[in-house]
Structure formats: structure tokens, C-alpha cells
Ligand binder design. Sequence first.
Ligand SMILES: Nc1ncnc2c1ncn2[C@@H]1O[C@H](COP(=O)(O)OP(=O)(O)OP(=O)(O)O)[C@@H](O)[C@H]1O
Ligand SMILES: Nc1nc2c(c(=O)[nH]1)N=C(CO)CN2
Length: 189
Amino acid sequence: MTGSVAVLSAGSNIGDRLAHLAGVIDGFVSAGDEIRAVSPVYATPPWGGVEQDDFYNITLIVAGDRDALSWLRRGAELETAADRRRDIRWGPRTLDVDVIAVRDTAGHPVFSATDELTLPHPRAHERGFVLIPWLAVDPDARLDLPDGGSVPVADLVAGLDPDERAAISRLDVALPVSRSIRTDAGEKR
Ligand SMILES: Nc1ncnc2c1ncn2[C@@H]1O[C@H](COP(=O)(O)OP(=O)(O)OP(=O)(O)O)[C@@H](O)[C@H]1O
Ligand SMILES: Nc1nc2c(c(=O)[nH]1)N=C(CO)CN2
């Protein structure tokens, strides 16, 4: 089987942001994938220089009988279902699902260097809205590098601009998922 475990980042800053993020979880559960972890929801100022509303972001860890491209394609289907329009780069969107990193069932990192899929995500290491939620669900997380090394996500978070870090705030809300999911930690959401 071509199973793998993926770290995904989801973001929304148009419409019902919580519902759009919840739709990502429901969308993978309904496809038979296993949700290993879902971070708290974070309110995050827009990254990338386009003036727009704040995002809500989560990072999730999912496992399933998929290869790396299949995670990207399922994420794109969920974006389309949320009526995602592709116009301004780094601009506002109902839903964005990025594939941050993938490991195969043996725990080996999967790398990719095509336009369609670059792994690890080429900008993940500099994005607080990805790294802070990721660290929240996996304090030992490491970003694998194509040269064979890896860097602790905790170090990347520590290296962020302190102003960027301080502006990212954890929300005390539960995602309105329609299916009850159990994470690896046994936590019911
Ligand atoms: N790891 C990845 N995760 C998501 N999309 C990727 C990845 N690598 C390459 N892509 C490609 O990037 C293209 C643009 O994606 P998208 O419009 O979501 O970009 P963006 O979210 O605005 O910016 P960014 O890529 O910086 O997150 C997609 O067509 C997709 O095939
Ligand atoms: N805070 C935040 N900023 C962004 C986001 C996002 O999800 N959160 N997504 C972008 C496109 O990838 C561009 N900028």
C-alpha cells in the first residue's frame, strides 16, 4: 500500500472561517483517512504583504492510504467545495489547504520538487501560522530537509520575528466538526 502520514496546514479568512476549517476535517474523515491530531485554532495576521482580514489557521496530522500527491489533490477538492477562487497570490480565500510535509509508513520523509508539489512546503519554515499550530500538536516535530537533515519545529518557532509570534493568538473555540473524531492522544473533539 502507498500509505503515508501528512502534516497539512489549513487557513481561511473569508466567510465562516471555523466552518471552512471544520470542513477539512470532515472531508478527510469522510474519505476514510485517519485524523491523528488537530491543533487548536489560531487567529493569524495575513502573511505575505496583501492587506486583508486575519486568517484562522490549523495544522493537522492525517494518515491514510495515499501518496503525497493524493493529499494535495484531496486538499484541492476540499478547497473547491468551499468555493475557493484563485486570484491574488497570498490573497484572501475561503479555504487553503497546503501540504507541509509527508512521511511514508516507514517514517521516511517524502520529498518532491515539482511545481505541482514541492515537499517540504517551500515556505513552511518561515510561517508562524503553520509552525505554531504544528508545534502545539507535536512538541517534538521536525521539518525534514532534502539534504538528509532535519530541523526542530521548536527552533523554527523560536527563530520567528517576535512580533509575528506575538500576533498569533490561540482561540478558545471548538471546531464545528460534524463527525466525532478521536485523535491519537485519545482526545475527543
Ligand atoms: N506543498 C504544497 N502544498 C500545496 N500546494 C502546493 C505545494 N507544492 C506546490 N503546490 C502548488 O502550489 C500551487 C498554488 O497553490 P495556492 O494557490 O494554494 O498557493 P498559495 O496558497 O496562494 O501560496 P503558497 O504556495 O505560498 O501557500 C498549487 O497549484 C499547487 O499545485
Ligand atoms: N496568516 C495567514 N496568512 C496567509 C495564509 C494563511 O493561511 N494564514 N495563507 C496564504 C496563502 O498560502 C497567505 N497568507
